[in-house]
Design a protein around this ligand. Structure first.
Ligand SMILES: O=C(N[C@@H](O)C(=O)O)c1ccccc1
Length: 328
């Protein structure tokens, strides 16, 4: 469905990747400092209904850490693997992002930790936040933390926490706790709490932090410095769940998002291109032949390609912008 006057559309590049990436559940995507695609996946581990007990404690420690390389650096044009690391470290990978020194900041929902890991192939843990396998909700414990975003101006990092907490925390680059906050006052009368803050993105041109507030089916944006609420984007087309977001300064500021299955409303699983200022949906996209199963993260590369990691299909899909030739 193309909006009136729409002259670009994202189409799947079904020839990508050229080879097999041997992926497990894909949980996170990031870009590294060479604008290569970084894939964070779960190898032979799966997040199932019995992975955690009622106290949010991971039940499969006896499996040991994932032995496959959970962090793959892939070149965006053809999809061949440039680097593979992250073996014997993680149990249930979730979010991944990179900082200016090209370190990986990852979350693991089984460890309930945020880890800063070197990208030199030696997997050195440069910083660990949270206590391994120990859920909690104070300033030293998370509960299934979902993502990290880095404020490229200050180096501060933001953590979305998470499946069993409803907050975003801010730390200094060296891990000092600075502050935390809950949902924005989009509704003057009540602050509706976050329900699985699931994905974060920093907007470098606006110095804002936006969150995919998954089960509330909305995106909320805040001033990174003060956590002051800026805006909310909530669309019927999301169908009740927003799983992941990313941002591009192109076109005056674009939010890219993927939605998710909702138990209450049926809406097709899709990617969305949204004008940050007007909140208009400029385009929607999905794979050509098969449907998304659980689109779980999304990134956009410098050349405008968009990648979606799908935890259900255990695959990464590439989309490229096609110019539409309007028939007069
Ligand atoms: O949300 C879930 N999973 C995804 O987000 C993910 O795999 O990160 C989930 C929740 C309950 C049970 C099993 C899976």
């Amino acid at each position: 469905l193309l909006a009136e006057g729409q002259d670009f559309h994202l189409e799947q590049d079904s020839a990508w990747p050229q080879g097999s990436l041997q992926l497990g559940q894909v949980s996170g995507l990031a870009l590294d400092s060479d604008s290569n695609l970084v894939i964070f996946h779960r190898g032979d581990h799966q997040w199932g209904a019995d992975s955690f007990n009622s106290l949010a404690r991971y039940q499969q420690r006896s499996l040991g850490p994932i032995q496959q390389s959970t962090i793959l650096v892939v070149e965006p044009a053809k999809g061949n693997i440039l680097k593979a690391s992250g073996r014997n470290m993680f149990y249930l990978p979730h979010g991944i992002t990179t900082d200016k020194e090209n370190n990986y900041w990852v979350t693991d929902v089984a460890l309930h930790q945020v880890l800063k890991v070197s990208s030199d192939g030696r997997d050195r843990i440069l910083l660990a936040l949270g206590e391994a396998f120990t859920p909690g909700s104070d300033s030293n414990h998370f509960c299934k933390p979902t993502d990290v975003a880095v404020d490229t101006e200050t180096g501060n990092i933001f953590v979305s926490d998470g499946y069993c907490n409803s907050r975003i925390l801010k730390f200094s680059a060296d891990g000092k706790y600075l502050s935390e906050w809950g949902a924005g006052s989009s509704d003057r009368r009540r602050r509706i709490p976050f329900q699985i803050p699931h994905s974060l993105v920093f907007l470098p041109d606006r110095k804002e932090i936006c969150v995919a507030d998954r089960e509330n089916g909305r995106i909320q944006c805040f001033i990174a410095e003060t956590a002051e609420f800026v805006k909310e984007i909530k669309k019927d087309e999301f169908g009740g769940e927003v799983f992941a977001i990313t941002y591009s300064t192109a076109g005056g500021g674009l939010i890219f998002a993927v939605n998710g299955e909702s138990p209450f409303r049926s809406a097709p699983l899709k990617g969305f291109v949204i004008n940050y200022s007007t909140k208009d949906i400029l385009d929607t996209f999905s794979p050509n032949k098969k449907d998304f199963k659980m689109p779980h993260d999304i990134v956009e590369t410098r050349d405008g390609s968009v990648f979606v990691g799908d935890a259900g299909s255990k695959a990464v899909f590439k989309f490229t912008t096609q110019k539409l030739h309007r028939s007069v």
